[in-house]
Design a protein around this ligand. Structure first.
Ligand code: FCB
Length: 444
């Protein structure tokens, strides 16, 4: 497989997120975010790791861009830290925060790297959490105001925008299982949050249309392929519930104007979650592309006692797994792209994340021999190519991630980078996969 097997204008690059790489948590006028608070709460993140310093990208952004350029990357998806720009979440705008993203954007453009900016990658200002966070009915407006501040400053230079990264994770991991910030476990709040996230997204898209010209905006959703554990009817139904829960919860509202029925029935949505006809138009505000994050599949079986979806996942015996214990299942990427095409009328799609954690280390020869990652990407790229060949509208592929970083509740223990990053010395060492990717991009 070669780069030339893809359309000539296909976008290739990597992705990161602010809290995972920036560090400088108390510098430049930045306010506290829910991830600062969560990581500093004992027992929440493995080994007590925090993003206080992370990859120190806040100070090293220029060298990081130079490295991306040297590696031949065409695009870079980063996220903006809301509390760096609006330390209290609303009101006072911190000029140093805006300046940072301004310099980063110009630096990327000068290096010939196309910027993709994500407005929200999970780091809500703590000041907003203190008054209710995503469950607060005014959150959509506050988000839209924050988005407006960013569009005003950068809307003329950044061609691709993403409102929210993985709202499913915000709702479910943040408010149902509590393994992510803000660490809440409450189904009712989860459902309120999911509704507010959809409104926030829609409002930001509306503001975007008023402010920017020529740029594109979308949302990034994580999807997990669903396979029934057996061909028994209860397991087939369980996989459909898993599909509604994991893949359709946010996509159906945005593209079809309705919640997935299996979700509404199984979770017994309360009345206040009903979306009024007028509000559906807001949720369905047309977007330019869908961002898809794909990592793995779930093998699902019926489990009547397991809340909230009455499903359980089964580990695929004998199949290869990554360090996250996620099954390596490239065909799932094709299957989900195909579902998106048929369900939502073939929208333009960018893969905004795909990658794998492996137990990388620097060998005696000074190199990181991550051949498993190279193999992983070859097999996933092939599925993307297969989708394009079948007529699918796939426009780009952003690999997770540029360099090893703060992997949320796993701290620095899970390494997804093409570039090795030593959390102590902060040294960047391109792995063999980075060199392979570079050669792929050069058309070798
Ligand atoms: C995704 C997140 C990203 C990273 C990868 C491994 O869910 O968007 O920040 O943690 O998983």
């Amino acid at each position: 497989m070669k780069r030339s097997d893809f359309p000539h204008d296909f976008v290739w690059g990597t992705a990161t997120a602010a809290y995972q790489i920036e560090g400088a948590a108390a510098e430049g006028g930045r306010g506290e975010s829910i991830w600062d608070r969560f990581a500093h709460t004992s027992g929440k993140v493995l080994e007590g790791a925090t993003g206080d310093r992370a990859c120190d990208h806040y100070h090293r952004w220029s060298a990081d861009i130079a490295l991306m350029r040297r590696l031949g990357m065409g695009a870079y998806r980063f996220s903006i830290s809301w509390s760096r720009v609006l330390p209290q979440g609303r009101g006072y705008i911190n000029p140093r925060g805006l300046d940072f993203y301004d310099r980063l954007t110009d630096g990327l453009i000068e290096a010939g790297i196309t910027p993709f900016a994500t407005l929200y990658h999970w780091d809500l200002p703590q000041a907003l959490q203190a008054i209710g966070g995503w469950a607060h009915p005014d959150m959509p407006l506050w988000f839209a105001d924050y988005a407006t501040t960013i569009f005003d400053r950068l809307g003329d230079r950044i061609p691709f925008w993403i409102t929210l990264n993985e709202p499913w994770c915000v709702a479910v991991l943040g408010h149902l299982t509590g393994v992510h910030a803000p660490g809440i476990r409450d189904l009712r709040q989860t459902l309120m949050v999911s509704k507010n996230l959809l409104f926030a997204h829609g409002l930001a898209v509306q503001r975007f249309r008023e402010i920017t010209k020529g740029a594109q905006i979308g949302i990034t959703l994580n999807m997990t392929a669903q396979t029934p554990a057996t061909d028994r009817e209860p397991d087939i139904q369980a996989a459909l519930r898993g599909d509604a829960f994991n893949n359709r919860w946010f996509a159906d509202p945005i593209f079809r104007g309705s919640w997935p029925q299996a979700l509404v029935e199984t979770l017994e949505f309360p009345r206040e979650l009903e979306i009024q006809p007028d509000d559906w138009a807001l949720v369905q505000e047309p977007i330019d592309f869908l961002g898809l994050n794909y990592y793995t599949r779930n093998i699902v079986r019926d489990a009547p006692d397991v809340t909230p979806m009455r499903i359980e996942t089964v580990r695929a015996a004998g199949a290869p797994h990554t360090e996250m214990d996620w099954e390596i299942y490239p065909a799932g990427l094709y299957d989900l792209l195909d579902d998106i095409r048929t369900r939502y009328d073939n929208p333009p799609v960018f893969i905004t994340e795909n990658g794998a954690a492996f137990p990388d280390s620097i060998a005696a020869d000074g190199r990181v021999h991550d051949t498993d990652r190279i193999e992983f990407f070859k097999r996933h790229f092939a599925q993307a190519q297969r989708f394009i060949e079948s007529g699918g509208d796939l426009r780009g592929y952003l690999v997770w991630t540029f360099m090893d970083n703060f992997e949320w509740a796993y701290g620095y223990s899970k390494k997804f980078g093409l570039v090795h990053m030593d959390p102590t010395s902060l040294t960047r060492t391109p792995k063999q996969s980075a060199e392979w990717f570079q050669r792929f991009l050069e058309g070798d």
